[in-house]
Design a binder for this molecule. Structure first.
Ligand code: NAD
Length: 494
């Protein structure tokens, strides 16, 4: 059901967001009573005081998660039971979709349209998909001679930690929680300090659905407090992290300095959008070009900021992209007509504006946008032409609404520039020639290559990065389960 701006504003007025931690089935303050504020980045309004969890609180959460894991009420429950409960979680999230979407929009500055899709459709679909897998994940029997029966079995890894970013708060949390719980792990989750509210609300819905006490714990806090405590904890068996490459490195160090826990990393990107000379510059391509760079205000790990366009097509492409981008509406994230909301914080806006200035200083041509008169942390979508591969804006992750057009003379040149990065998360390729499409897709060192459309795939397909965009782990798809399972060989002499 579509709501109007006024209806979303009315929902916002009814919300009293809970900022408490959720540990062992109960909402609570941090042990030392410390709190921090979370604000609406579109207005600066304080939304809630949030429990600032530190290592004591993480210890309590891990102890609860371990206790229930050892008791087996969830970890050794019939898989059909875990399925039934996780399906109830999906149902409750759908039932509360509007409330959760408004909460997410207020806490992030993301548009209500995106929040409704993410929270109302994607998040419950994740829970449903992994719920359905709970009783369909089989082991193997290895081929042996008659003297042995060799079983390859899977067991839940134990206590799973999850540390997630602010750009898709509930989606990122669900990417970790749903597969972890489906296989029988207990979880300790740290939402980003900028956006803790939706994960806290989810915990209440999970409890209502029948997830036992201790199986899901939410410990809001900062990176150097709750995040580090999770990374260094000696009784967490596996941790799944999504965030910057810089912090991803820390999680590998934390594991080395503690119990060698498994570490799954989903990190940054600098993804190319490649248009070969045989592609048709039509409305569809232009829509994908614009959305690939500006979806979520460009605050997206797979944002296709580097747009490598065959030289003969550049003029037409640039003109039409700018026309499309002019139609984007910046404004109140709760207005369903808004296309681009606010940057997450004042510091983040400053960082993005610094990149825009550096593009200008290094000789790229800013053809539109790049500023904003609106109060709050808004930035008009910026389009640069004549970007060269050595420029800072072409090399570093900007994480804001900036699209850079680079003319290329050949497919080989596009490939060389696309590959010349420390990242390898995503790439888009546009061509009408299937052989060229397959050649490019196979040659690009990225976790996802989308052809003739910008897409990250969906819950059924694994998502993650090559090079410094991640580890060998993947979120989504059946592949995600590997982050939360041990593999055991049982060799029976017969
Ligand atoms: P970030 O790395 O600063 O923070 C991510 C999480 O890590 C937060 O919860 C934060 O509190 C925590 N953290 C920060 N410092 C820490 C420390 N010292 N120890 C432990 N935890 C710490 O990233 P961000 O700014 O929140 O998010 C943006 C980044 O996330 C971008 O680089 C983006 O590309 C990446 N991202 C990747 C994916 C993906 O799937 N590959 C998806 C979304 C975002």
């Amino acid at each position: 059901m579509t709501h109007s701006h006024a209806e979303f504003q009315a929902i916002a007025k009814t919300l009293t967001p809970n900022g408490q931690a959720f540990i062992d089935g109960a909402f609570c303050d941090a042990d030392d009573g410390d709190k921090f504020e979370t604000t609406n980045p579109a207005t600066g309004q304080v939304l809630a005081s949030v429990a600032h969890c530190k290592s004591n609180d993480v210890d309590r959460a891990v102890a609860a998660a371990r206790r229930v894991f050892n008791e087996g009420t969830w970890s050794r429950a019939e898989p059909e039971h875990r399925k039934e409960v996780l399906l109830k979680v999906a149902g409750l999230v759908r039932q509360h979709a509007h409330e959760l979407a408004v909460l997410e929009s207020l806490d992030t500055g993301k548009t209500i349209t995106d929040c409704l899709h993410e929270v109302g459709t994607e998040v419950p679909n994740f829970f449903q998909w992994y719920a359905e897998l709970a009783d369909k994940t089989f082991g193997k029997i290895a081929p042996t001679g008659p003297s042995a029966l060799a079983l390859v079995t899977h067991e839940p890894a134990g206590v799973a930690g999850a540390v997630v970013p602010w750009n898709f708060p509930l989606v990122m949390a669900a990417w970790k929680i749903a597969p972890a719980l489906a296989v029988g792990c207990s979880a300790v989750v740290k939402p980003a300090e900028q956006t803790p509210l939706s994960a806290i609300r989810l915990a209440a819905l999970m409890q209502e659905a029948g997830v036992p006490d201790g199986v899901i714990n939410i410990v809001p806090g900062f990176g150097h407090t709750a995040g580090q405590a999770i990374g260094l904890h000696n009784d967490i068996d596996t941790v799944s992290f999504t965030g910057s490459t810089e912090v991803g490195r820390m999680f590998l160090r934390y594991a080395g300095d503690s119990n060698l826990k498994g570490v799954g990393l989903e990190l940054g990107g600098k993804s190319p959008f490649i248009v070969l000379d045989d592609a048709a510059i039509n409305d569809d391509l232009i829509e994908h070009a614009a959305m690939s760079a500006f979806w979520n205000g460009g605050q997206n790990c797979s944002a296709n900021m580097r747009q490598l366009i065959a030289a003969p097509l550049v003029e037409e492409f640039a003109t039409r992209v700018c026309e499309r981008v002019k139609a984007f509406q910046l404004g109140d994230p709760l207005d369903p007509n808004t296309d681009i909301g606010s940057m997450i914080t004042s510091d983040h806006k400053t960082m993005v504006m610094d990149y825009i200035r550096s593009g200008q200083d290094q000789g790229a041509q800013l053809v539109m946008g790049g500023d904003s008169d609106l109060p709050g942390y808004f930035i008009e979508p910026a389009v640069f032409q004549n970007v060269t591969p050595d420029m800072k804006i072409a090399r570093e992750e900007i994480f804001g609404p900036v699209l850079g057009i680079m003319p290329v003379q050949s497919a080989e040149e596009a490939l060389a520039i696309a590959c010349d990065t420390e990242y390898g998360l995503h790439a888009s390729v546009f061509t009408r020639d299937i052989d060229r499409a397959i050649h490019m897709a196979r040659s690009l060192p990225c976790g996802t290559v989308s052809v003739n459309g910008f897409s990250e795939g969906d819950i059924k397909t694994p998502f993650g990065g090559y090079k410094q965009s991640g580890s060998l782990s993947r979120d989504n798809g059946t592949e995600a389960l590997a982050q939360y399972m041990q593999t055991k060989t049982i060799w029976i002499s017969t």
